[in-house]
Design a protein around this ligand. Structure first.
Ligand SMILES: [Zn+2]
Length: 602
């Protein structure tokens, strides 16, 4: 039995050794004799094949999810034509000595807006394939070709030069769309590993890029590649090929409520107005959707300066509201039944307490509560504040969506425990934390006119107007509306919802406040808005603030229009303006509404 097993092992080994010997001989024969003969069915010899070191590739699409505006216009992740440069099949002696000759290269340089010398230098120093860079984008983004340019580059038929679609995240221009956010820069270590800089994974660092990061992460990138030999030359006959993940569902497309055309128009108006810092928010009066949200100074997602605050979205940051807060005080007083629009008051210009005076040095004289609202009389509102308790004022503010985050959010949606698209949205302040709300009369009076600790975000201010237009029902302003798979199929609709507080302002009080806001334009501080294309209504505000020890003003105007069929609620906040200048906020508010009226074709 044992002998039999030994015998079998012997013969098994003998056969194995025989086979190995045959293989070794065969290999030697192949190496020695067939070395330079072409392999049947292959374009190059075995020797050449052995030289294949690697592929050279360039990323055309990171695979990151797309962000699109309400009508499907790409905000981040737009596909454009680019010129891709790959190694040539033969090693050129110089660029001028390329197999295609000088003339096509000269033409190519012209089409790409470069000089022939620039092109030659770039080709001579090429170690990795690259996409021709856009000088305007600081070399970080490829140049986007027009269809005509793309056609011409293709027609030139230069070896190693292809026209390929590229998915660019940003176009490199500065904008007021801070809500979009930006992607973090690669660390020096990652960048070193990637000569092209394009293969470094980037992740969202602010705005929607950050809050939607789990949805935007893709399933791999799309790249163009070519096979090269040890010397970096492209293998003869190996063309430039494209490799994509081929998943029909990814990347996802995320649709915003923002109208990008409107966003850009308002951005331009805000810059031209002379506003240096501040925000403009346009909400759909019907559902509270964010149609535009502009923040100044502008930011460039490709050039984030950590020291500068340009990337801060001022629409979501609380600032001193000044007299727009009188809407809250009026709401609290009307709800408490301690006044009526017709109640008579007298303003001498000095309140006589807390060092408070009225903005109008001479005093407004005899006036009603509604007139006091229209001309923003501090005397009237200080008097009302003293009839109210701190908690009453606080409850009215909360009921109008102030002092808390109102932005749309959802729990357990799209596989996320909490989806909160508006990164960095501040809750604002009514009374400073740890204080008995407004126990001190002076604190209550200062709060009632929107000074002291009160902070309101421009988003909250615009939403407060939407709340009044809905009889006191607070809506959660929405910026996302739908998430779709790559094949267009809807993954999730993200419907709007309410953001109620414990208390609500009654429909009757809401109506009174809306009509008082109309009087601001017909008889009060907003009279200049009578020239606007639509009949408008609103409330102005000028708050005193200090910036590095210097007196500055926050100018506000919030309101709605057209008065009879409100379509939009708008908040304009001009921050840290020099005191004594014109009221930029009121003027800009009118211009924004004229723009809205123009685009509505009314
Ligand atoms: Zn007054």
């Amino acid at each position: 039995m044992l002998r039999l097993v030994h015998k079998r092992i012997f013969w098994g080994l003998f056969i194995l050794i025989g086979l190995l010997a045959v293989l070794i001989l065969r290999l030697a024969w192949v190496q020695l004799l067939l070395k330079d003969r072409p392999v049947p069915g292959a374009a190059y010899s075995l020797a050449k094949m052995a030289e294949i070191q690697s592929e050279r590739e360039t990323v055309l699409d990171s695979g990151r999810g797309r962000l699109l505006d309400r009508s499907g216009k790409p905000l981040a992740g737009e596909t454009v034509w680019t010129a891709a440069f790959f190694p040539q099949e033969e090693q050129p002696v110089s660029a001028a000595g390329r197999t295609d000759g000088e003339q096509p290269l000269r033409r190519l340089a012209t089409v790409l807006g470069a000089t022939y010398e620039e092109m030659r230098d770039k080709l001579q120093t090429m170690k990795e394939p690259f996409l021709w860079p856009d000088p305007a984008g600081g070399g970080k983004v490829p140049l986007a070709l027009t269809e005509q340019q793309a056609e011409e580059v293709g027609r030139l038929g230069i070896d190693g030069v292809s026209v390929l679609p590229y998915n660019r995240r940003y176009d490199g221009t500065a904008s007021g769309s801070q809500w979009l956010g930006y992607l973090s820069e690669a660390g020096p270590k990652e960048a070193k590993r990637s000569p092209s800089g394009l293969r470094v994974p980037l992740s969202g660092t602010d705005g929607l890029e950050k809050t939607l990061e789990p949805l935007l992460q893709g399933v791999g990138h799309t790249e163009a590649f070519a096979q090269v030999d040890a010397r970096g030359n492209r293998l003869p006959g190996s063309g430039i090929q494209v490799r994509a993940p081929g998943n029909p569902y990814y990347p996802l497309s995320v649709y915003m409520t923002v109208d990008m055309k409107l966003q850009e128009d308002i951005e331009r108006l805000a810059v031209d107005s002379g506003m240096q810092e501040g925000a403009v928010v346009v909400l759909d009066a019907e559902n509270g959707d964010i149609e535009a949200m502009v923040s100044l100074p502008l930011y460039n997602p490709l050039k984030i300066d950590p020291a500068g605050g340009q990337w801060n979205n001022r629409a979501l940051q609380g600032v001193i509201p000044g007299s727009i807060f009188k809407v809250v005080t009026a709401a609290a007083a009307l709800e408490a039944g301690v006044t009526s629009p017709d109640e008579p008051f007298f303003c001498s210009g000095e309140y006589g307490k807390y060092g408070l005076s009225c903005a109008n040095g001479k005093g407004h004289g005899a006036l009603t509560m509604a007139e006091g609202f229209a001309v923003s009389c501090n005397t009237v509102f200080a008097t009302l504040a003293e009839r109210l308790s701190g908690p009453q004022l606080q409850r009215a503010a909360l009921a109008l969506g102030l002092g808390r985050q109102v932005g749309w959010q959802a729990e357990r949606t799209l596989g996320l425990p909490l989806l909160r698209p508006l990164a960095g949205e501040q809750p604002g302040v009514i009374f400073a934390a740890g204080e008995q709300p407004g126990a001190d009369g002076g604190a209550r009076v200062q709060t009632a006119i929107g000074q002291r600790d009160v902070r309101v975000t421009p988003l909250q201010a615009a939403n407060l107007v939407v709340t009044l237009l809905h009889g006191g029902e607070v809506r959660a302003p929405r910026i996302l509306q739908r998430v779709a798979f790559a094949n267009g199929q809807t993954l999730s609709e993200l419907p709007g919802h309410l953001a109620p507080a414990a208390d609500e302002i009654s429909p009757q009080t809401s109506r009174l406040l809306l009509s008082m806001m109309r009087r601001v334009v017909t008889d009060g501080t907003g009279r200049k808005l009578q020239q606007a294309r639509w009949p408008l209504a609103g409330k102005s505000g000028t708050a005193e603030t200090l910036v590095r020890g210097k007196a500055r003003n926050n100018q506000w105007f919030i309101g709605y229009g057209p008065v009879d069929h409100p379509k939009y609620a708008v908040a304009v906040a001009v921050e840290n303006a020099a005191p004594g200048g014109p009221h930029l906020a009121t003027r800009l508010f009118g211009q924004v509404f004229d723009q809205l009226a123009g685009s509505s074709g009314v």
